[in-house]
Design a protein around this ligand. Structure first.
Ligand code: NAD
Ligand code: GLY
Length: 359
């Protein structure tokens, strides 16, 4: 097992990465104010991993409530959030109850937001079971549900007490989900670490074949990059915006097509291609580097384009981006692979050129 720390002062927490961790109550017990937890999971993950986690905790004398949600991005909504509150209240869970998010980013984001708001805040622990959640959504304390008008529009910054990433759970992850998670791994190389991007180019086949050593390296390096950025800018006032590379376009695609039509990682991959093209049209990134990015995303089996959305619709949806200030969209541009920056002065013509492939 490898352990990193997210250095956030009194809200610092460990990220444990390794094999057979779901059966290790010792990683969770030190973070519980009382021996009472509510595991929030979904109907796909529950038959796979709920029993193992529940029995490990019960064996350590912890009282466990389970809350099993329906599956899918479209569950990141008020009604499902409310069903979590209903279950917590019906079981008379108090402020000493810790929520455990067992699942992918949907369960993690929703459970984190439930924890941020239930009785004005209870502790929570992330137990991510998708590659995307292990490399990205479980770390950093962004919690949210979606609004019909915009992705992740209702939420809170609220850090977990710990992240327990059991790499064995990736064994059951469908191939399409694995590829979607790779999009966020590739993002980390693009914004911060050219050598990691080179490593991804060289090791993509191992990752797609679920080679445990390659996956562990991808998760560890991603968590190192993300936790370093979050430690310096928890509430996204500056550097953390870099983690949104491709997301202005990607969130527009997810909202425009309807939540769940494309996977989040797929929309981010297509968004990163638009953002690379924008970097070329804004004059910051050499075209050859954008071609390299496109080639790696294509080899990873990730989509391009916007699923039939028109240029005008994309622009309308992008204007809702949470990074926008005084109606100006802020874009993340690449200067080269491994170096990104925020720009609020991208000419409209450059944005138009990046979206030129759309009707
Ligand atoms: P997801 O949570 O929908 O999980 C993907 C699918 O895999 C689901 O059907 C799920 O039930 C299933 N699944 C989960 N673990 C499994 C396993 N081990 N074996 C088999 N099936 C399994 O999607 P995701 O890609 O994990 O997360 C996407 C969400 O994360 C989006 O809502 C996105 O906005 C959010 N996100 C949040 C952050 C953040 O910083 N908070 C960052 C990135 C993405
Ligand atoms: N996924 C972007 C962030 O956590 O800031």
């Amino acid at each position: 097992m490898q352990t990193l720390r997210v250095a956030l002062g009194e809200r610092a927490y460990p990220i444990h990465i390794g094999s057979r961790l779901i059966g290790e109550p010792g990683l969770i017990l030190p973070h519980l104010p009382h021996k009472r937890v509510a595991i929030v999971t979904n109907e796909v993950v529950a038959p796979l991993y709920l029993e193992r986690l529940r029995e490990a905790l019960r064996g350590a004398g912890v009282e466990v409530l389970d809350i099993v949600l329906a599956d899918g991005e479209e569950q990141k909504n008020w009604a499902t959030l409310n069903s979590v509150f209903d279950a917590l209240l019906a079981a008379r869970c108090d402020r000493g109850t810790t929520l455990l998010a067992l699942g992918g980013g949907v369960v993690g984001d929703l459970t984190g937001f439930a924890a941020a708001t239930y009785q004005r805040g209870v502790p929570y622990i992330q137990v991510p079971t998708t590659l995307l959640a292990q490399v990205d959504s479980s770390v950093g304390g962004k919690t949210a549900i979606n609004h019909p008008m915009g992705k992740n529009m209702i939420g809170a910054f609220y850090q977990p007490r710990a992240v327990v990433s059991d790499m064995d759970t990736l064994g059951t992850l469908p191939e399409r989900e694995l590829r979607a998670g790779l999009a966020e791994v590739i993002k980390h190389g693009l914004i911060r670490d050219a050598a990691f991007f080179d490593w991804l180019e060289a090791n993509l086949q191992r990752l797609l074949a679920k080679d445990p050593e390659a996956l562990a390296h991808a998760v560890l390096r991603s968590c190192q990059i993300k936790s370093g950025i979050v430690a310096g800018d928890e509430r996204e006032e500056g550097e953390r915006m870099l983690l949104n590379f491709g997301h202005t376009f990607g969130h527009a695609i997810e909202t425009g097509l309807g939540y769940g039509a494309w996977l989040h990682g797929e929309a981010v991959a297509a968004g990163m291609l638009f953002a690379a093209d924008l970097s070329v049209s804004a004059g910051t990134l050499p075209k050859a580097e954008a071609d390299r990015i496109g080639a790696l995303l294509a080899r990873a089996g990730l989509p391009s384009g916007a699923g039939g959305l028109t240029r005008d619709r994309m622009l309308e949806l992008m204007s809702m981006d949470k990074k926008a200030r005084e109606r100006r969209i802020r874009f993340i541009l690449l200067d080269r692979i491994g170096a990104a920056r925020v720009s609020s002065a991208v000419p409209a013509a450059a944005v138009g050129a990046a979206l030129a492939c759309l009707a």
